[in-house]
Design a protein around this ligand. Sequence first.
Ligand SMILES: [Mn+2]
Length: 346
Amino acid sequence: MARLLLRYSGSLLKSGPLRDLPLSLPQRAASSSRFNMPKRAQEVARPVGICSMMKLPVQDSPEGLDAAFLGIPLDIGTSNRPGARFGPRHIRGESVMVRAYNGGTGASPFESLMVADIGDVNVNVFDLKDSCDRIRAYFKKVVSTGCVPLTMGGDHTITYPILQAMAEKYGPMGLVHVDAHADTADTMLGSKIGHGTPFRRAVEEGLLDCKRVAQIGLRGSTYDPEGYAWSREQGFRVVTAQECWLRSLVPLMEEVKQQMGDGPMYISFDIDGIDPAFAPGTGTPEIAGLYPSQALEIIRGCRGMKVVGCDLVEVAPQYDTTGNTALTAANLLFEMLCVLPNVKYA
Ligand SMILES: [Mn+2]
């Protein structure tokens, strides 16, 4: 099919690389790479293009992919402010600022892995249990292909059916869980399923290798003086936000790496782990949380672990008119992509 070309007569651009700027955007960027490559802002303006994660090509299926971004626009498991159903759209929108290379670590994920945006799980916003069934079925398909899912939530309920699908393939999983809350309640208003219960259900069903679970950033008021006792009784390592204040988390992550060993592990990052000064767009904010730089230390510290899936949950963009929460989430998802096995580093 012929591409429409806009020919410039202005002398400034006449000999420049944009002389043949196409009038419409092809799905795949012109690139010598055999992998999908995000389009550069020097060639395609940031607001141009269909709103996929990092403006990557969109495809329906995980077939042929090493990793895939996908959304779960669900928030009916939320206990306080709703709105995380809009997380995936806003994360994709802000992701136009995320470039292909990691200047901080030297990672070149798009020269190592085939990545695309595979859209959203078609959840039922009138039925949480049915939504969990749908998510589990969807992820069974994704992981059966060997594709690593990088999921945009959605409230934290979604991690429960995701872990069900992952554990079915990989067995009990290691977990790096960043959050203000342990999310290990037994019930909420009598309900076994909600965004405060996913890791209790996961333990009950044997989805987690409890000695290989680290919960980082926990804080805030609790319902009893030993708020995190249940986690510790299971064998989880609990690192409160207070233990992280004003510290580099590089040494912590060296220890977590030992803890995870060689087994398959999952990263579940609740945006409320970060201080609400930086990420106010979330449903259950708690003061005195992690810095974005500490979030980077945590994720970058997962390099070398056998990461088989990741999620970034609880972005409720309407409480943040700046867009910074979704921007932070987009960057953290990119950082997760950068620590997947087989990513090349400079
Ligand atoms: Mn959570």
